[in-house]
Ligand binder design. Structure first.
Ligand SMILES: [Zn+2]
Length: 508
């Protein structure tokens, strides 16, 4: 293949001026070199000359997300980290200046678009083997849930590591679709290592459901502690807690689970405002006023509140319990009125939109995407599981979100840009993974090198051409990922480069 080659760096100024093509060489340039061993981050930030090997991923269009689009862009990667991103010409110039002449630069040239690794902000990888449920047709959400339970019970009694195998299969599908991080809800303990099995980033959320207030203290809390202890012993990289939904958990678990998670420095992920029964009233009144009629007594559950005739939404109810905050993101957010959306913004709660799942499970409504976009809520995209979705390709949902936004009247020209943000930086942000040394959903110096390579036609002759390319990516990008890099490791390579896939580091 012609798309991988070694570049000989020459630090003399005359060579620098000789033009880029002159710098390309078919052989690796390895002169005397006194570098030794791996560099710590401080050394790496200031002593690039000590680097011995740099991989340069270049493409006609690079989308860093945290910086402007790059036409003829490149990303220099050393070890697990990005060291530079910019135009290819600039990155090569900087490498020439910084690296010793003996350093090896291997260029992997891509013909399409490079983005940060995508983030699937809501899925249940262990249900990858439940495709038949997702292919069914249901009269309402209850009908889907009943259909789900029948198949789940059948599978539960199968011999072998059925949930583990299914979850690991799902994790591989994520990688093949360009996803490098996910919010994965885990219901059965053997599925908890799915993200780690592929070296994926993200959080495995332990699901808690079907507890009333009485059993919660005596049985629920001890069971939770036992599970979290076991997962910590297995050294699963990142664990969170998922209180399932307001219709499967009473009030006490919704008060205590956030407290427990926060004391253990774990994040939370809740199915919220997914079903019609979670809808509130007209939503134009601040909850400060509307909740005065009901927040002064202990409700057994959200259902009890509704049965008493209060028209509070599930979002408002959980907010009164103190369950929400910037360490929480919710899945679906379909039945969210203006006050609900305000609460989510006020508390710093992000939403993972799962538009295809909403149709299959008959939520009876699409999310208010236009309002979310215009009002500025923190948004991300999730596929949900194959028990309610045809694929684990985030771009399939992004494509549907494009159509929904336009149908709902969102007519601003930034839609492709916002969807790209949602499927990358937005997904990282809803899980609190967008800042710090492990920051995801972005391509910039020092960040983990997580990249996806989409095989779509790139036109960059004019700004309108570039905009059109972005629109093609978000509307027709599903199924076009050809390579995935996670932590600088080529985790998936479907003939994109003449380089071998590298296995995930063994999970602990
Ligand atoms: Zn779900």
């Amino acid at each position: 293949m012609e798309n991988t080659r070694n570049i000989a760096l020459n630090s003399s100024s005359s060579a620098t001026q000789s033009g880029l093509d002159d710098d390309l060489d078919s052989s690796t340039n390895a002169l005397n070199h006194d570098s030794s061993g791996a560099l710590n981050p401080l050394e790496q930030a200031t002593n690039a000359e000590k680097l011995t090997h740099v991989t340069l991923y270049s493409a006609p269009l690079v989308i860093p997300v945290t910086g402007p689009l790059l036409i003829d862009g490149a990303i220099a990667v050393s070890g697990s980290r990005v060291i530079h991103v910019g135009t290819r010409e600039w990155v090569l110039k900087v490498l020439r200046e910084q690296l010793s002449s003996s350093a090896q630069v291997e260029e992997r040239r891509w013909k399409g678009v490079i983005t940060p690794g995508l983030v699937n902000a809501h899925t249940h990888l262990q249900y990858t083997n439940m495709r038949e449920v997702g292919e069914g047709h249901y009269a309402n959400f209850r009908g889907w849930a009943d259909g789900f339970n029948v198949v789940y019970e059948q599978l539960q009694h199968q011999p072998g590591s059925i949930w583990r195998d299914s979850a690991f299969d799902g994790a591989r599908q994520l990688v093949e679709n360009g996803v490098t991080a996910a919010a994965d809800i885990v219901t059965d303990p053997e599925a908890v290592g799915a993200l780690a099995s592929q070296g994926l980033h993200g959080i495995a959320y332990w699901e808690v459901m079907n507890w009333d207030n009485q059993d919660w203290q005596t049985a629920g809390v001890p069971a939770l502690m036992e599970q979290i202890g076991a997962m910590r012993q297995q050294r699963i990289p990142s664990i969170g807690i998922s209180p399932h939904a307001p219709y499967t958990l009473a009030s006490e678990p919704f008060v205590e689970l956030p407290d427990i998670a926060r004391q253990l420095n774990m994040r939370l992920h809740i199915h919220l405002a997914e079903t019609p029964l979670e809808a509130g009233g007209d939503g134009t009144t601040l909850t400060t006023y509307s909740a005065a009629t009901w927040n002064n007594r202990d409700w057994e559950s959200y259902k009890a509140l509704k049965n008493a005739g209060m028209d509070a939404s599930a979002i408002q109810f959980l907010d009164q319990l103190g369950s929400l905050g910037p360490d929480v993101h919710i899945a679906h957010g379909v039945w969210a009125n203006a006050e609900d959306r305000r609460i989510l913004r006020q508390r710093g709660v992000g939403v993972a939109l799962c538009p295809r799942s909403n149709r299959i499970t008959v939520t009876q409504k699409d999310a208010p995407l236009r309002e979310y976009l215009e009002e500025g809520n923190l948004l991300s995209v999730g596929t949900d599981s194959l028990s309610s979705s045809p694929s684990l390709d985030v771009l399939d949902d992004v494509s549907m979100l494009w159509d929904l936004a336009r149908e709902q009247g969102y007519d601003r020209p930034d839609l492709a840009h916002r969807l790209i943000r949602m499927m990358t930086l937005g997904g990282a942000a809803v899980m609190g993974l967008h800042v710090g040394p492990g920051r995801l959903g972005q391509i910039n110096a020092g960040a983990p090198a997580d990249l996806a390579f989409f095989d779509i036609p790139v036109e960059t002759h004019s700004p309108a051409d570039v905009e059109h390319t972005l629109e093609v990516l978000v509307r027709q990008g599903a199924g076009t990922n050809r390579a995935t890099v996670i932590n600088g490791r080529l985790a998936y390579n479907r003939n994109a480069f003449d380089a071998a896939e590298e296995p995930a580091p063994a999970a602990h």
